[in-house]
Design a protein around this ligand. Structure first.
Ligand code: HBI
Ligand code: FE
Length: 287
């Protein structure tokens, strides 16, 4: 959750958007995009859900390097009615939800430096565009993102943003999806990360558990390292259906006073795809 002032930074509009200023990118910026793109595009076939791979084509622009948001938005608009707008960094929750509810995806304008190749704290244009935009070209996922934005505006009025943010985290950012007997990646935080694209599917360390809306809203998450539990949806249709058909108000109410679950907790009612060894996490976070 972003606890930052509502006043937009210098040079930003009231809704925090800024011009992308595509012509200001340097050859090094574009080279960084191309390098990251090539690395992920080569490793994701067979790992990412086919809908993501299909959506990747929307990023292949007429100009090389970082996509021009104007051209990208034109294409996305034709497919699903979404746009991509530039922002300086994290925007306040309410504005973030408002943009999503109006089918505008806010994307960082800057690109990481070579020193930040595999880890950075604020979302850059590679995470935001490579990670998030391909699925915005998918009609069902596009509707889910809008529904999430609308749900965010309601959650804000009910003081339940922290609960709802966990839904975003464990689906939009770090979600896995079942495909027949296999698991596939779809979360933007995973598919934009070389290391986590391998870890999330192949490593014996993390738990992989069936998606359960209420359970997931109680579950803490890691912002500083690979996740210790991933949640697996059955389909985008099922995710959208559960999100729009559920009245979240009673859910938030029922969860009041329910203790948070740790990142590695397993409950008797969990549907377990993989019971993680947590060896990776133990090595990283020895107390
Ligand atoms: N701002 N630019 C940007 N990108 C995000 O992903 C983002 C944000 N502000 C708030 C936010 N995410 C989350 O805290 C909400 O999902 C709750
Ligand atoms: Fe993201």
């Amino acid at each position: 959750m972003t606890h930052i002032h509502e006043r937009p930074p210098e040079g930003a509009a009231a809704d925090w958007t800024i011009p992308q200023d595509w012509s200001a990118y340097t050859p090094r910026d574009h080279a960084m995009w191309d390098r990251l793109f090539a690395r992920q595009a080569a490793m994701l076939p067979g790992r990412a859900v086919p809908e993501f791979m299909e959506g990747l084509d929307i990023l292949r622009m007429t100009k090389p390097g970082i996509p021009d948001f104007t051209e990208l938005s034109d294409r996305l608009m034709q497919r699903t009615g979404w746009q991509v707008v530039a922002v300086p960094g994290l925007v306040p929750d309410r504005l973030f939800f408002e943009h999503l509810a109006n089918r505008r995806f806010v994307a960082g304008r800057f690109i990481r430096t070579p020193e930040q190749l595999d880890y950075l704290e604020e979302p850059d244009v590679f995470h935001d565009v490579f990670g998030h935009v391909p699925l915005l070209a998918h009609p069902v996922f596009a509707d889910y993102m809008q529904a999430y934005g609308e749900g965010g505006l309601r959650a804000e009025r009910m003081g339940a943003i922290d609960r709802l943010a966990r839904l975003y985290w464990y689906t939009v950012e770090f979600g896995l999806i079942r495909q027949g007997d296999d698991l596939r990646l779809y979360g933007a935080g995973i598919v934009s990360s070389h290391g986590e694209s391998i870890f999330a599917l192949d490593d014996p360390s993390p738990n992989r558990l069936g998606f359960d809306l209420k359970r997931l809203m109680r579950t803490k998450y890691r912002i500083d390292d690979y996740q210790q539990s991933y949640f697996v949806i059955d389909s985008f249709e099922d995710l959208l259906r559960q999100t729009v058909e559920t009245d979240f108000a009673p859910l938030y109410h029922a969860l009041e006073g329910a203790p948070d679950l740790e990142v590695d907790t397993i409950l008797p009612e969990d549907r377990i795809y993989t019971l993680g060894t947590q060896a990776y996490a133990r090595g990283r976070f020895t107390k």
